[in-house]
Structure formats: C-alpha cells, structure tokens
Design a protein. Structure first.
Length: 278
C-alpha cells in the first residue's frame, strides 16, 4: 500500500544533504491510494469505536499492513484515534448523556491511570495479560448479551458517581495505557454493571475516560517521536467524522444498537487475542 521513501528523486533531490523534517528512516511514504484506504478504515473504526469500542482492531492492523514498524504503528494509531473519541464525546455531551459531575472525576483519573499504565509496561510484559483479557472479554460479551434493562422504581435516582466511577476510570485507564485491547468495551460494561447506566449512557461515560486515556498515551508517544503525523492526520480527519457518526447512531437507536455492537466487538477482540496466543 505504501512505498519506502526514496534516496533520490522528487523532493529529496532538491535537498541532497538533508532530509525533510517529516522524514523518518524506515518509515514508508504513503501513496495517495494508501492514504485514502487508511482514511476509509479510520472512518469505519471511528464509527464502531464510538458505539462499542474496539476501533483499534481495524486501524492497528491496517497501519501494520501499510508497512509501519509496530512501535510507530502504535503511536500513529493513538495520534488518530484520539480525534474519534473526542468527536464521539462531543456528540454524546450534546445529547445530554454525559454526566458533568462524574466527568470531572473520571477524566483526570483516566488520564492519570493511562500514564501509570504506560510506566508499568517497563516492569511487566503486556503479553502476560493476554489470557486474562481473553477470559474477561468473553465474560463481557456474555454480560452484555444477557443483560436485560431493569425498570427503576419511581422516585429513585441513579447511583452517584463516587468511588465506583473513580475506580473504573483509574484502573481501566491504567489498563489502556499498559495493554489496551477492549478498553472501550470494558468501560461500557463497568459503567453498566457497577453504576446501573443504560448501555447508551454507559457508552457516553466510557468516552470521557477513553478520550482521557488516549490523550495521555498520545502525549507519551509524541514525546518519544513515534507518531507519524503525515499518516495520522488524514486518518484523524476520518476519525472525527466516524466518531461523531457512531455516537449519533448510538443516540438515535439506543441501547439495542450498543448491545449488539458491544457483543460483536468483545467477541472479535477475544478471537483476535486467542489467535495471537496460538
């Protein structure tokens, strides 16, 4: 899909003694067709991720297929995915589905958790989590598939944010910074199971933490120079559209759409991890 940057010809001939600022040795120079294909993947991924999480299941393999080394694919993936989570968060907030008081607690804790998780990568190999995460994803799929909305008695209010929301944001934010697969799905399940949110509202709450953890990861990857912006930015534009579209669909179609999408994403992620464990 992409061809390596050449040592002669085109723009590099104009500067024989120096390389363009964007050039990184070993990083493929995307063709127009490759850029369009990656943007298309990002559009679909942003839509799916806004509803149920799991967008990285599409974008990360696409970046690897395009020729990026794994460490640059991870950084570039965060560089584009943060735009999708931001757009989805804005759409959910516009629909009145984001609890402002809870968000003021979960956003900073999700940010801090992600930074903590990134630091833990140096101490514990992420591969050690694959088997555990596989089991949790299957359990999450079963929970969402079998969950039935419980009517709330008149006069009762939703559970307060409190300690449960703080724990969800900190620990799943740390998981996202450390390992990552299934973060959005785990957040939806956690908010639904522990705080009694409907699935659409849980998806909205998940985007607060997911945007925070993506932003923290992006800061880390950017500082290390592992975001290839000439590839990430066209994908980011598509993610903005996809994130808004996915959240809009979730708002319009409600819990049934979120339920089906979350089960499908959880099982797809579990299948991917099972394949990697072979």
């Amino acid at each position: 899909m992409c061809h390596p940057a050449r040592d002669s010809g085109g723009a590099l001939d104009a500067f024989p003694d120096r390389e363009p600022r964007w050039y990184k040795p070993g990083v493929p120079e995307p063709t127009l067709a490759a850029t369009a294909a990656l943007a298309g993947v990002a559009l679909v991924a942003g839509t799916v991720d806004a509803i149920a999480g799991g967008g990285g299941l599409l974008t990360l393999p696409a970046l690897l297929l395009a020729g990026l080394p794994p460490h640059l694919a991870l950084g570039t993936n965060k560089g584009q995915s943060v735009f999708g989570s931001f757009a989805a968060l804005l759409r959910f907030a516009r629909a009145g589905l984001v609890d402002g008081r809870r968000a003021r607690l979960t956003f900073p804790l999700g940010l801090a958790g992600s930074l903590l998780g990134a630091a833990l990568v140096l101490a514990v190999p992420p591969q050690a989590l694959r088997g555990l995460v596989l089991g949790l994803l299957v359990a999450a799929a079963a929970f969402v598939a079998l969950r039935r909305p419980r009517p709330r008695p008149a006069g009762t209010s939703r559970p307060p944010a409190g300690a449960a929301a703080a724990v969800i944001a900190l620990f799943i934010g740390a998981y996202d910074g450390f390992f990552g697969p299934g973060t959005g799905t785990f957040l939806i399940v956690a908010f639904a199971a522990l705080l009694g949110d409907g699935l659409t509202r849980a998806s909205a709450a998940a985007k607060v933490v997911n945007f925070a953890s993506n932003l923290a990861a992006l800061l880390v990857f950017s500082a290390r120079g592992t975001v290839v912006w000439r590839i990430s930015l066209p994908m980011a534009a598509a993610q903005l559209l996809g994130g808004w579209l996915g959240a809009h669909l979730a708002v319009r179609r409600g819990d049934r759409l979120v339920q089906g999408a979350t089960v499908a994403v959880a099982l797809a992620l579990a299948g991917k991890l099972a394949w990697d464990l072979r």
